[in-house]
Design a protein around this ligand. Structure first.
Ligand code: ADP
Ligand code: DP6
Ligand code: CO
Length: 357
């Protein structure tokens, strides 16, 4: 008779929003990127994924592994989800082989239950928080002695951006150059406490699921955009250097310029994809103009916009400029057609950084 003990572990994981964007895979199977990237991890008090992993010998093996995402059954047959299961199980199996008194969790079906407290697949990095939580929940369940770097390596195989959500603060994903991907993972560039005044304002322009997923969009870009080569060979390497320097020196003007230029460069390669991909809409562009107006009115750079693969804006600014940025945003956008409708859908309050996970 199979024991009916249910083993269970839960975790939360934060969202991260890239200031130098990952866009392009050099190896879609191993999920290896064409360029390094850098992001800021946001506070879990605002946006987070909560995932519980459980396993039991009493779960029918015919059910296999499963994932309930936001209350709906979600497909786990995809190669990238399977890679995460495989990597975690083999580490658990190694522990069990070394210590035969451990329960054989690696042989039991896994059930994951996950909830995002923010829009899923809308360009707010749900795959990042989602796969970081997925991997850590199972690692906790299996009591793996894995470091954040090792979990980052596994989460990368689920969704590239997820490798950065295993760390708090300012985080780089080094693309690596090994064919097996064993050096493609994230590391922390600086702790949140190094520059704790950083804030992010999230403008939820649309909570709808995007038309073109990140996975598919970037593959179309790699295959068809000429501009993309310029981006990965020149623009991104330079932006990575400038961004690391800006963060080390806490130079907001430099941080902001690189952030905005890199977002523009990424969306330019989307427009250069054939057929073109448009993630931003008129309201997104109005947000860009509002940031320019705010910076011009203040007479220095106090705000930086960035957009992932979706229309929603993330505005980075420093705490001491809250009034100038957040206060003025409502005022400036109020005068732009189309904004009223967007703001009704919800203007997320400012968020601080996540200190560590
Ligand atoms: P986003 O911009 O939100 O990251 P993507 O297109 O990159 O959008 O990825 C969305 C996909 O990520 C979802 O369709 C789902 O497969 C996966 N995902 C999102 N949240 C979770 C979660 N909490 N657990 C597991 N997978 C998730
Ligand atoms: C625009 O990590 O979602 O948000 O690896 O295919 O799951 P997959 O893609 P994903 O792509 C994120 C793209 C981005 C930029 C970034 O987060 O760096
Ligand atoms: Co994503």
């Amino acid at each position: 008779m199979a024991s009916d003990t249910v083993y269970r572990a839960s975790t939360t994981a934060p969202v991260n929003i890239a200031v130098v964007k990952y866009w392009g895979k050099r190896d879609p199977k191993l999920n290896l990127p064409t360029n390094s990237s850098l992001s800021v991890t946001l506070s879990q008090a605002d946006l987070r994924t909560l995932t519980t992993a459980s396993c039991s010998a009493s779960y029918p093996s015919s059910d296999g592994d499963s994932l309930l995402l936001n209350g709906e059954p979600s497909d786990v047959a995809g190669a990238r989800t399977q890679a995460c299961f495989r990597e975690l199980r083999s580490r658990r199996a190694a522990l069990e082989a070394a210590n035969p008194s451990l329960p054989k969790l690696s042989a039991m079906p896994l059930r994951l239950v996950s909830e995002n407290n923010f829009p899923t697949a809308a360009g707010l990095a749900s795959s990042a928080a989602g796969f970081a939580a997925f991997v850590r929940a199972i690692a906790n369940l299996y009591e793996l002695p894995a470091s954040p770097s090792e979990l980052s390596l596994i989460a990368r195989q689920g969704s590239g951006s997820a490798c950065r959500s295993l760390f708090g603060g300012y985080v780089a994903w080094r693309m690596g150059d090994k064919a097996d991907g064993s050096d493609s993972m994230a590391d922390q560039v600086a702790e949140a406490s190094h520059w704790p005044e950083m804030r992010a304002l999230i403008l939820v322009v649309s909570a709808a699921k995007k038309g073109v997923s990140s996975t598919s969009g970037m593959q179309q870009t790699v295959a068809t955009s000429g501009l993309f080569q310029e981006r990965i060979t020149k623009v991104v390497p330079q932006n990575m250097d400038l961004m690391e320097k800006a963060i080390k020196e806490k130079d907001f003007a430099a941080f902001a310029e690189v952030t905005m230029r890199d977002s523009n460069s990424f969306h330019a390669t989307c427009a250069d994809t054939y057929p073109p991909i448009f993630y931003m809409n008129d309201v997104s562009r109005a947000a860009i103009r509002a940031v320019e107006t705010i910076n011009a009115n203040v007479g220095r750079t106090v705000a930086a916009y960035t957009f992932d693969a979706g229309p929603n804006a993330v505005i980075y600014y420093l705490e001491q400029d809250t009034e100038a940025v957040v206060g003025t945003f409502y005022h400036v956008l109020g005068e732009i057609d189309g904004w009223k409708q967007a703001s009704l859908k919800g203007l997320k309050p400012s968020m601080s950084l996540d200190g560590g996970v």
